[in-house]
Design a protein around this ligand. Sequence first.
Ligand SMILES: NC(=O)C1=CN([C@@H]2O[C@H](COP(=O)(O)OP(=O)(O)OC[C@H]3O[C@@H](n4cnc5c(N)ncnc54)[C@H](O)[C@@H]3O)[C@@H](O)[C@H]2O)C=CC1
Ligand SMILES: C[N+](C)(C)CC(=O)CC(=O)[O-]
Length: 490
Amino acid sequence: MATAAIIGGGVIGGGWAARFLLNGWDVQVFDPDPEAERKIGEVIDNARVSLPGLSDTALPPEGRLSFHDSMSEAVAGASWIQESVPERLELKRKVYQTLQEHCEADAILGSSTSGFKPSELQGCASRPEQIVVTHPFNPVYLMPLVELVPTEKNAPALIERAKETLKGVGMFPLHVRKEIDAHIADRFLEAVWREALWLVKDGIATTEEIDEAIRMGFGIRWAQMGLFDTYRVAGGEAGMKHFMAQFGPCLEWPWTKLMDVPEFTDELVDLIAGQSDAQSGHMSIREMERVRDNNLVSMMRALKAQNFASGAVLNQHDKKLSAEAGMVRKSADIADPSLPIVTQRRAVPVDWLDYNGHMTESRYLQAFADASDRLMEIIGCDQEYIATGGSFFTAETHIRHIDETHLGSVIEVRTRVLMAEGKKMHLWHEMYAGEKLLATAEHILIHVSLETRRPAPFSPEIAANLKMIYEAQADLPAPDGLGRYVGQPR
Ligand SMILES: NC(=O)C1=CN([C@@H]2O[C@H](COP(=O)(O)OP(=O)(O)OC[C@H]3O[C@@H](n4cnc5c(N)ncnc54)[C@H](O)[C@@H]3O)[C@@H](O)[C@H]2O)C=CC1
Ligand SMILES: C[N+](C)(C)CC(=O)CC(=O)[O-]
């Protein structure tokens, strides 16, 4: 089991702790704040609800979380040390001196700093080659981006190892090749933040109007295509050159105050904080975090369906998780074919819930259909086979709802082959949370030719795999509820 040390467990350190822990790492925290354990616990509770919902496969078992009274204890055995102490250079440098007296020389020491360059952090260190910037985004347990900023003192092998580790916990390391204050993303955020402060100070817009301008418009665009691709499309058929010709000159018009920062007078702080209270003061920060997390999960799940941007990163992570969890993908991997085959294991995400606060009925069919797809793959009807023109169509489905299924529950579908002859297979799925039966599904699927769209006999490989599973499972008792019709008395 890999171990991460979290040094500083505030907003960002707590998020890192959740990211590592829920991806199966042991996590050792040092933070002198007596409230740190409670605060991190609350962040991890939020993450436990939201992060598993990003995946269409189960996360690994959680690692072990422990809190320590000294940095030396926290870094013992850690291969990754994430520093997230307040943004003060002298403090960070002092922390590195202590850390390097105790940590492994080959551990990676990542700093969450939003603004300092890695060379500034490496400045007084005994082993500068161990320190890189790994700048995350809040909430760290959901946002994929980490700006990985090394210097020439970091060996290429360490940079590669850092990338692999970050990908391993589902993140997207963006290698910032040339160090600069505030890296890449924070330079944008600072520019937008400065302009927004002017708009409020000059009485042009309220904090709420500015938020609407972002979330109803360009914020949605940026989340999927970023800046340059968005503008390329906005140039019409002539693309980027036309866009620049049309909108380039206006950069010189007096549209922007981006070079100046308004003075943070008490009056300005009160104005902005007052408007912000009026806008959202009716909600606690934890409530706002939950709203934010649900929205982020739903948006990123939509991008997963398109396999685009952050959605593509999540799909890659799912593949890795599913391989590591030992999910069966071909018949030769079935450990004991006489038992029902586990064809799905995943957490219930937020966009699978309905107004009754439990999993909505269409998602039962989705989970069972995904289980049938997996069974098809196992018997040899995979993407490659389908490309040759053979597949299955579902002819009939009967679902029974036995118990409620809730947000974040890890559901498992176990599948039996009840009959497989000629062109027809009869499947029985049971959905469980732990050992609690939640639902069953009975399906008849017909093997077809995708060319004629008509029934066609199984391929010899599919026929042999189905026969093997059917015969091995033949001694299992008939499932309770088999062949029920709608409305039959229970
Ligand atoms: N808040 C944000 O949106 C983001 C912050 N960051 C960066 O993350 C770092 C931490 O920021 P936040 O989590 O927002 O601050 P925070 O104030 O929420 O947390 C800092 C934590 O460090 C602890 N701490 C103070 N001295 C310490 C020491 N000597 N050893 C160990 N822990 C110590 C504090 O008790 C506190 O819990 C900063 O470098 C910041 O620039 C990066 C991305 C986003
Ligand atoms: C405000 N901030 C500069 C600390 C923000 C970040 O560093 C990244 C983020 O999460 O927005």
